[in-house]
Design a protein around this ligand. Structure first.
Ligand code: C2E
Ligand code: MG
Ligand code: MG
Length: 261
């Protein structure tokens, strides 16, 4: 059953990449005054037969079936194109955060393709944040490090997504030049009731400070969580409490309204 589902997701996704059933949504990241300072691009897929499939499911299928490269290309292209439209509507630059799969990251010409896309869309490398996960470091560390150094050399920032959930988080930090940590939703979920989760967040805040990294708390759903995070020293938030991911048109209108706020 699981196998059959995988097969049909793969087959439909192959079809989806050639049609226009994939699209992007953007979730605002806000500062302590609730001003939008960044956007995370999140891919969406509504298939005629399967309905809405979650990216957690189809990204994994894409990674295992050779479809991640074309899917990743779609994500980078569409996000940059739409970001340039949003920037115009907002009248200011924001951080554009794009999730990058390990498969994309290990492509020989990955750095060149990112730089080329930035140029085509007239986006500065300093506006771009690439979100990676610890799965990137499962095998070979050196080539990944080289890629990160090259991207950072051009001004692109690297963010570690789902921070704290991997088994090697701390040892990675020692070896890796990173610009940002994203506190995983699982810690934020339990921040109010579980002292261990709260302590974990305090530690991550301290780590980010001492390594001079940005910090984003993700999956903030309640005001009380945002307040607790603020007390712990977090200044940047993402989550349903502030905003759900939005389509281009809605975000464009909302950002235009935010001007001058
Ligand atoms: P992620 O990168 O950690 O993205 C954050 C996920 O948390 C998103 O789910 C977002 O919609 C969700 N989220 C944000 N705030 C809240 C909240 O307050 N409550 C709850 N319950 N959820 C919240 P989404 O879009 O379903 O994506 C799931 C995962 O799929 C992502 O986790 C990422 O690993 C992957 N993904 C999504 N889009 C892309 C993409 O364009 N490329 C790649 N390579 N992976 C992607
Ligand atoms: Mg992410
Ligand atoms: Mg995450």
């Amino acid at each position: 059953m699981v196998y059959l589902r995988r097969l049909s997701v793969e087959q439909r996704l192959r079809h989806g990449l050639a049609s226009d059933t994939l699209y992007m949504m953007y979730q605002p990241q806000v500062d302590e005054t609730q001003k939008t300072v960044g956007l995370e691009a999140l891919v969406r897929w509504q298939d005629e037969e399967l309905g809405i499939v979650s990216p957690a499911e189809f990204v994994e299928v894409a990674e295992k079936s050779g479809l991640m490269v074309p899917l990743g290309r779609f994500v980078v292209e569409t996000s940059m194109h739409e970001y340039s439209i949003l920037r115009e509507a907002a009248g200011r630059s924001l951080d554009l955060a794009i999730n990058i799969s390990v498969i994309q990251f290990r492509q020989p010409k990955f750095v060149e393709s990112v730089l080329e896309a930035l140029k085509v869309h007239n986006i500065s490398p300093r506006e771009l944040v690439l979100e990676i996960t610890e799965s990137l470091f499962m095998d070979d560390f050196e080539p990944v490090l080289t890629t990160i150094e090259r991207l950072r050399g051009h001004g692109v920032r690297i963010s570690m997504d789902d921070f704290g959930t991997g088994y090697s988080s701390l040892s990675l930090l020692r070896k890796l030049p990173l610009d940002e940590l994203k506190i995983d939703k699982s810690f934020v979920d339990n921040i109010l009731e579980d002292e261990r989760a709260a302590n974990m967040i305090r530690s991550i805040v301290a780590i980010a400070k001492s390594y001079n990294m940005e910090l984003v708390a993700e999956g903030v759903e309640e005001e009380a969580q945002a307040q607790a995070l603020t007390r712990m020293g977090c200044r940047r938030f993402q989550g349903y409490y502030f905003s759900r991911p939005k389509r281009l048109d809605k975000l464009k209108a909302d950002l235009a309204l935010e001007i001058g706020v």
